[in-house]
Ligand binder design. Structure first.
Ligand SMILES: [Zn+2]
Length: 324
C-alpha cells in the first residue's frame, strides 16, 4: 500500500494540472469575427456565388403596406426575428457560366453608410478579381444595387465589364425631368444612378435591353415591377433554374407568408405584388432556386406553398466536390 501512495499522489497532481490548463483555455478571448461573406452552389453547369455587401437595420412597420394590424409583429416573432429594426441583408450574385463571369448587382459601396460596400472584398476572397467580370447585370438603379459600380475614388470598379440593364430603368433614373418631378427624399437616388452610370457610358460599356430580353445562352431578363424597369434574371443550365429576384422581396419573414404585403420603395406596388405572387407560384411549382437581394445572406433557397402564401426553405451549406 505504501509503495502505491506516491504513484496515486502524482496522478492526482497531474489531473489538477490538466484541469487548470482546461480552465485557462476556456478563458480564451472571443474572436467576434464572422466567416467571409461568400457562399457557393452549382445550378447545372453554372457556378453561383452569393456575395454579402452588408446589412441595414430597417423597421418594416412604416415601410410595408397591405398588412393587417399586428400581422408584422406576429410574423417577426414567429420567425424569431428581433424587431423593431430587422436586419436587411444586401446581396449580389456572381454567376460563372463557363464562358462568362456575370455579376448581378454590385451592392451599395459607401452610399448607405460604413457597414456596407463589401462586394469587392468578398468577390476576391471567393477567388475572383473585379477585372475578370465580363458583365454586370443590374436589377435596377437604386443605390444599394448600383452604387458598387464605382470605387471610392469614382473609378469603374469593374474595369472590363459591360453594364447591362433594362431600357426603361435607365431612361427613368438618368432623366433630369423625372428627377425634378420626384419627391425630394428620392432625388438623391437619381444622383447616385447618374454617377454610377457615367464612366461606363463614357467608355461605351453601358448597354440597355428591351424588357424580358433573352441576353445570353441560358440567361433571360424578366420585367418584375418595383421600379420602372426592374428586372429579375433567370439562369438556366442542364434543366436547373435559378431566378435572381432583385427587389421582388424585402422582408422575408412577412412577405413569404403574405406576398400581398408591399414595400413603400415600389414605384408601382400593384405590379410588384403581381410579380411576387407570380414568381413564387412558379418557383413553388417548378422547384427552381431563388436568390434575393435582401433575404438573409446568402439569400438562396426554395419556396414551398403554405396556407395562402409561402414558406422559405434556405439552401443548406454543402461541399462542392472538385470538378463538379
Ligand atoms: Zn434594394
Amino acid at each position: 500500500m505504501n509503495l502505491k501512495f506516491p504513484f496515486l499522489r502524482a496522478a492526482v497532481l497531474a489531473a489538477a494540472v490538466s484541469l487548470a490548463a482546461a480552465g485557462a483555455q476556456a478563458g480564451a478571448p472571443q474572436q467576434k469575427t464572422q466567416v467571409p461573406g461568400w457562399f457557393r452552389t452549382m445550378v447545372g453547369d453554372f457556378e453561383v456565388t452569393a456575395l454579402f455587401d452588408g446589412a441595414l437595420g430597417l423597421d418594416p412597420a412604416p415601410l410595408l403596406k397591405n398588412t393587417r394590424p399586428g400581422e408584422i409583429g406576429y410574423q417577426l416573432r414567429r420567425a424569431y426575428v428581433p424587431g423593431p429594426k430587422v436586419q436587411t441583408s444586401v446581396n449580389a450574385f456572381l454567376v460563372n457560366t463557363g464562358t462568362q463571369l456575370i455579376l448581378v448587382d454590385t451592392g451599395a459601396a459607401q452610399a448607405f453608410g460604413p457597414g456596407m460596400g463589401h462586394v469587392i472584398e468578398y468577390l476576391k476572397s471567393a477567388g475572383y478579381e473585379p477585372s475578370q467580370v465580363d458583365v454586370v447585370l443590374l436589377t435596377h438603379l437604386h443605390g444599394d444595387h448600383a452604387a458598387g459600380l464605382l470605387t471610392a475614388d469614382g473609378q469603374p470598379a469593374f474595369p472590363n465589364a459591360k453594364v447591362m440593364l433594362s431600357a426603361p430603368e435607365a431612361a427613368y433614373w438618368l432623366d433630369d425631368a423625372q428627377k425634378a418631378k420626384a419627391p425630394k427624399e428620392m432625388q438623391g437616388f437619381f444622383d447616385i444612378a447618374k454617377a454610377a452610370a457615367a464612366p461606363y457610358q463614357a467608355a461605351g460599356r453601358w448597354q440597355t435591353f428591351a424588357p424580358n430580353a433573352a441576353l445570353f445562352p441560358g440567361v433571360q431578363a424578366l420585367a418584375t415591377g418595383h421600379t420602372p424597369g426592374h428586372s429579375s434574371y433567370v439562369f438556366e443550365s442542364q434543366g436547373h433554374k435559378l431566378v435572381v429576384l432583385g427587389d421582388v422581396i424585402h422582408f422575408g419573414a412577412v412577405q413569404f407568408p403574405h406576398p400581398e404585403a408591399a414595400v413603400k420603395f415600389d414605384s408601382d406596388s400593384a405590379a410588384a405584388i403581381a410579380s411576387r405572387k407570380h414568381l413564387f407560384a412558379q418557383a413553388a411549382r417548378e422547384g427552381s432556386l431563388l436568390a434575393g437581394a435582401h433575404l438573409d445572406f446568402p439569400g438562396l433557397g426554395h419556396v414551398r406553398a403554405e396556407g395562402r402564401g409561402y414558406a422559405w426553405v434556405p439552401l443548406p451549406y454543402a461541399p462542392l466536390p472538385a470538378g463538379q
